[in-house]
Ligand binder design. Structure first.
Ligand code: GDP
Ligand code: MG
Length: 171
């Protein structure tokens, strides 16, 4: 049985881009449900990073826009069904933007409800804005009591060796 890794974060931080980078055999191994995107809480596939293999979940169900009336309900359902059984949770942040209120809301929620190890990743480091604003994001995180995020780029692949070091003990 493969260990499970879940990707969480607000919309547009790059969850699907990271999912697509790590899931090489996506066509064969991503399981589409009959309802398509609208009714799905997450996509899953076989994640691979060097010699690591894991079941990877891209959780759109935690995006507020996906369930405008019932974020807590959907998130709670995901926690029971998925996050609690994950060996690691990758929380994506956008290095260009600092910590925004919906990041803080999700981080607070995860701190209270998610027992799986949480890895904070600062995505989009390939952009000038990402590199320029990374320090602000780290300062924002420190301000609310979190460790610094690990800088990555889901599209260019920067930081994948660091992600490997974080995941290796968990999967
Ligand atoms: P999601 O809503 O969290 O799944 O985010 P997506 O993966 O759909 O990405 C949202 C947008 O950000 C898309 O236009 C992506 O191409 C872009 N994006 C995602 N990751 C990166 C990255 O590492 N660098 C850059 N420059 N753009 C990214
Ligand atoms: Mg997505």
């Amino acid at each position: 049985l493969l260990p499970t890794v879940a990707i969480v974060g607000r919309p547009n931080v790059g969850k699907s881009a990271l999912f697509n980078r790590l899931v090489r055999k996506r066509d064969a191994l991503v399981f589409d449900t009959p309802g398509g995107h609208v009714t799905r809480d997450y996509r899953e596939g076989l994640g691979q990073l060097a010699d690591l293999s894991f079941r990877l979940l891209d959780t759109s169900g935690l995006e507020p826009t996906a369930h405008p009336t019932s974020l807590q309900g959907r998130a709670a359902a995901l926690t029971r069904g998925v996050l609690q059984h994950s060996h690691g949770v990758l929380m994506l942040l956008d290095a260009r933007q600092g910590l925004v209120p919906s990041d803080e809301e999700l981080l607070g929620w995860l701190r209270r409800h998610c027992r799986a190890p949480l890895l904070l990743l600062a995505n989009k480091l390939d952009t000038a804005a990402g590199r320029n604003n990374l320090d602000q994001l780290q300062a924002d995180l420190a301000g609310v009591g979190w460790e610094p995020a690990t800088p990555i780029s889901a599209t260019s692949g920067e930081g994948m060796a660091d992600l490997y070091q974080l995941l290796q003990p968990l999967v």
